[in-house]
Design a protein around this ligand. Structure first.
Ligand code: ADP
Length: 202
């Protein structure tokens, strides 16, 4: 069982998914908060029923799954609705993450989340690794990945924690401004550090 949980965070396009995959290749269990945000609203789950009761059947797709663009539209223009939804979902997402991390079969485990601090998920982790790139590179990589204009990425960045504030809360920082080989090397170094921390904690 994992006796060290590392939270991995960073802005959109910083490289969290790439870093997560590199740790997974080393045999480390990683849970992704974005994936869990989808799991808790799957058809049949109580959260989906609560959402439909609150917002009406227009937030459902014809197949009975959540119509995410429709829901996004509703909360975009209504701060109270957004708050209601976050109050419903964040505790459910956190519970599910906590359960899965507790069952993780690797010496340490990762919780990867773009909103680690904003959602209180930082309370589930022992340490925080920030994946960091300069904002210009973040914009370039994220807009290229998603095939959207930089304005759209800038709007998402504006809703996320500011770079300096995130860095100030880091225990470790992975500088992802280099190439993938440089990222890989840093992951391997961090892996050795986390392995030794986890055996010291045993
Ligand atoms: P996040 O999960 O933080 O939003 P991703 O891991 O998806 O970010 O990375 C954003 C984009 O940048 C992806 O297309 C990814 O392949 C690419 N990328 C990540 N790290 C590097 C790197 N060190 N060098 C070049 N491209 C990278």
């Amino acid at each position: 069982m994992a006796n060290l949980i590392v939270g991995v965070t960073g802005g959109i396009g910083s490289g969290k998914s790439a870093v997560m995959q590199a740790f997974e290749w080393l045999g480390i269990v990683a849970e992704d908060a974005d994936v869990m945000a989808r799991v808790v609203v799957e058809p049949g789950k109580p959260a989906l029923k609560a959402i439909v009761e609150h917002f009406g059947p227009d937030v459902l797709a014809p197949d009975g799954s959540l119509n995410r663009p429709a829901l996004r539209q509703v909360i975009f223009s209504d701060a109270n609705a957004k708050l209601w939804l976050e109050n419903l979902l964040h505790p459910l997402i956190n519970q599910e993450l906590e359960k899965r991390l507790a069952a993780a079969q690797s010496p340490y485990a990762l919780l990867v989340s773009p909103l680690l601090f904003e959602t209180g998920q930082n309370r589930l982790v022992d340490r925080v690794l920030v994946v960091d790139v300069p904002e210009a590179l973040q914009l370039e990589r994220a807009s290229k990945r998603d095939g959207v204009d930089v304005g759209q990425i800038q709007r998402i960045m504006a809703s996320q924690m500011d770079r300096q504030e995130r860095l100030a809360r880091a225990n470790e920082v992975l500088d992802n401004s280099g190439d993938l080989a440089s990222m890989q090397q840093q992951v391997e170094r961090l892996h050795r550090e986390y392995l030794s921390m986890s055996s010291a904690a045993r």
